[in-house]
Design a protein around this ligand. Structure first.
Ligand code: FAD
Length: 532
């Protein structure tokens, strides 16, 4: 590898390193898998990415495959940003170029932290829904299809994209945007790889129209973005294909994102319920208020936090009266003060002595309630570094009409696995996760991770859910996704991958059914927290 490092070093502007400490620092994400790359490259300019992928392509043509694994902040939990070969770290590509208030667009590099972009836009009273509250990079959020949870804004990253620039597997650069029929014909007429891709994808869509129509919009596994490429009016945009593509189709090197006006005044409410069914009924009431955010947490999470020594006054007030079963956290962000006051009054009406305790605060001036909104993160990472609840079982979809049955079915599963399975999520989006804590030092716990994936996949199939709505599949979920997937759809996604990456150099192993022993060999003994 040092020969390759020297070659790349003499050709690119960014850093190239085989240092053990740097390689170790990017060998894991916030999940349970690790693999040390042979080489870390941090491009400074787009042409660096082009040279790296072109080099890997040329090597592959000579029969020597060197994987190129793209990594943002490594906040994902599913092993998508971890791998051997060349690790392409986008950290230095972190420029926020411009915000155009007129067109409400922001142009950024992929390595810009989502938080920095959100902070910069907040000065203009604007924001991008899916970037809000995210810890990763813009490229990582888009590539992992990490959904936003602000209900009045775009939640699916695909809705927030205007244009993307991508470096393809052979080093060519392609810009995506929505094209008219005529423009599509022009692109299909292009010589070279870009033309091949336009011709290939258009043919795939034509040949598989009925199959593509069956893709559920709540299932973002595989290359489900294919369903958004061609619209009924004949317009065509390859951008959606890169949402959730997890570095397997190309390297995103620049993005133009749609922004929306944001209100930064917040009313927050914490509601603690004696019974889960009351919480469910309240969810329906609160939904009619069109809150900015509504999250549901199993009270088991707060009970565990109490045992860990972390207490919240709003929860304690309820726990003195009854044994809580569920907590709802609500944010109102209406621009109009009177609207917010009216909604606040409706929330207050949900208070019921001995049954439901409602605590409402303005902005973030109440630290107790504000901290309560981060309770799940507190719960996920207790003090011992080998114990944690990473986002392995997060991001699944359960249809509202099946939710209660699904939640009930988790109870015997938790018993069978001897594992608490606290449920949390965003009921208005039907987006949930379960958060068991595992010790990475116990073989039995490691086995339970895979048993739980297996059982959860079966339950979701039974209740018309989908394992992957948000956050991608990485190296961990694909085996289970495919177990429940129509084999024709699996074949379609493989065709797409083959078209973009015929030599299999872009993030091999991600979105691939890996053998159990390959995964086992990558298992770690300690976690890295994802919320600092
Ligand atoms: C189910 C789930 C839900 C999550 N929800 C949240 C949440 O609500 N809030 C939160 O803060 N975090 C959340 N995360 C964690 C994490 O913040 C997101 O996954 C985030 O998108 C990761 O960004 P990152 O920069 O750390 O990407 P990484 O973890 O570094 O990479 C993620 C994937 O994107 C690919 N990738 C990264 N950059 C590029 C690029 N430029 N071009 C092409 N591919 C690229 C990588 O190859 C990898 O496959 C969630 C994670 C999961 C698994």
């Amino acid at each position: 590898m040092s020969k390759i490092a020297n070659y790349l070093r003499s050709h690119i502007a960014g850093s190239v390193s085989t240092r053990a400490d740097w390689r170790a620092s990017v060998s894991a994400d916030a999940g349970i898998l690790a693999a040390t790359p042979e080489l870390v490259v941090a491009p400074r300019v787009v042409s660096d990415i082009r040279k790296i992928t072109r080099f890997a392509w040329q090597m592959a043509e000579k029969g020597h495959t060197i994987p190129v694994v793209t990594r943002g902040a490594g906040c994902g939990a599913l092993g998508g940003a971890v791998g051997q070969g060349i690790l392409l770290d986008t950290a230095a590509l972190d420029t926020i170029f411009e915000y155009d208030g007129k067109s409400q667009r922001v142009r950024v590099q992929p390595g810009a932290p989502a938080r920095s972009v959100a902070a910069a836009l907040s000065m203009h009273g604007a924001g991008v829904g899916p970037l809000t509250g995210q810890r990763g990079t813009v490229g990582g959020v888009i590539a992992a299809s990490a959904h936003g949870t602000l209900l009045s804004r775009a939640t699916n990253p695909a809705e927030a994209i205007d244009q993307i620039e991508v470096v393809l597997a052979n080093g060519d650069v392609m810009q995506t945007e929505r094209l008219s029929r005529r423009e599509l014909s022009q692109r299909k007429g292009l010589p070279g790889f870009e033309g091949d891709i336009y011709r290939g994808i258009d043919a795939i869509i034509t040949d598989n129209a009925a199959l593509i129509e069956q893709i559920n919009p709540n299932d973002t596994s595989g290359y489900s973005g294919i369903a958004r490429v061609k619209q009924p009016d004949g317009t065509f945009d390859l951008g959606p294909l890169f949402v959730g593509s997890e570095g397997t189709l190309g390297v995103i090197d620049e993005l133009i994102l749609k922004t929306e006006f944001f209100s930064f005044r917040k009313t927050r409410a914490a509601l603690v319920f004696r019974s889960s069914s009351d919480a469910q009924a309240a969810i329906d009431d609160i939904d009619t208020l069109q809150p900015a955010q509504l999250s549901y947490l199993d009270a088991v999470i707060f009970e565990q936090l109490r045992r860990d020594g972390r207490k919240y006054a709003f929860y304690e007030a309820a726990a003195q009266q009854f044994t809580p079963q569920a907590v709802l956290l609500v944010t109102l962000d209406d621009f109009n003060n009177r609207t917010r006051a009216r909604k606040q009054a409706k929330l207050e009406q949900l208070q019921s002595a001995g049954e439901t305790i409602v605590t409402i605060v303005e902005d973030d001036d109440d630290e107790d309630v504000a901290a309560g909104f981060a309770a799940l993160d507190q719960y996920r990472w207790p003090d011992a570094a080998h114990i944690g609840a990473p986002r392995l079982f997060e991001g699944f979809y359960v249809p509202p009409q099946r939710f209660e049955e699904f939640a009930r079915a988790l109870v015997p599963l938790a018993r069978a696995l001897q594992l608490p399975l606290p449920l949390a999520g965003y009921p208005s989006l039907n987006l949930y996760g379960v958060y068991p804590r595992f010790s990475l030092r116990k073989v039995s716990d490691k086995q339970k991770i895979f048993k739980l994936y297996d059982e959860l996949t079966k339950l979701l199939a039974l209740y018309d859910g989908h394992l992957v709505m948000s956050g991608g599949e990485g190296r961990l979920k694909t085996r289970f996704v495919r177990a429940a997937q129509n084999p024709d759809l699996t074949a379609l996604y493989q065709q797409i991958k083959q078209l973009f990456d015929p030599h299999g150099i872009l993030n091999p192993g991600t979105k691939t059914t890996l053998q159990a022993r390959t995964i086992t060999a990558m298992l770690r003994n300690e976690y890295t927290v994802d919320w600092q």
